[in-house]
Design a protein around this ligand. Sequence first.
Ligand SMILES: Cc1cc2nc3c(=O)[nH]c(=O)nc-3n(C[C@H](O)[C@H](O)[C@H](O)COP(=O)(O)O)c2cc1C
Length: 168
Amino acid sequence: MTAVLVVFAGKNGGTREIAEVIATELRAQELRVDVRDAADVAGVEEYAAVVLGSALYYSRWRPEAVRLLERHVDDLRERPVWLFHSGPCGPGAALVQVSLPAKVAFLAAQIDAERTATFGGRLDPARARGLIARFMASGRRAGDFRDWDLIRAWARDVGRRVRTRVLL
Ligand SMILES: Cc1cc2nc3c(=O)[nH]c(=O)nc-3n(C[C@H](O)[C@H](O)[C@H](O)COP(=O)(O)O)c2cc1C
């Protein structure tokens, strides 16, 4: 069965939950899926396709996601790769499209990754550690802005493309 690796990088679990929902949709298309934290990925050789997503912090991807792209650029180039990031919170979050940070855009171009999806994020005041995080998680930005219908639809589309691009 075709194997897909879904990798996430985040700090507070919001991006991991997105990765798990993506994996559920891919499994529904009879793909074999592993979900891994970017920090735990030793290699991608055994997978036919990769989905990689990071939380956005200070307009950057998490370092473990960037490291994964850097370390495995040659192997990633040889298989289809879909990228997403999660972050925008507050009113209108659903409409925000965030460009890839420059370093990630450079790596994405090297591996010829598919166009990046932006998903809303979650700012939970109860999880906020530190002054800036507490400020970020206050007011109208506080809450869960992940659009599960959008995420599921994107994942279904990725699944269809994996099935057509990779011989089953
Ligand atoms: C200190 C801090 C900085 C953040 N910076 C950004 C940012 O630059 N752009 C953005 O879209 N979201 C930003 N966010 C929102 C996070 O990306 C969002 O909360 C995301 O869902 C976190 O994912 P995680 O739970 O997997 O860590 C920031 C959040 C915090 C607490």
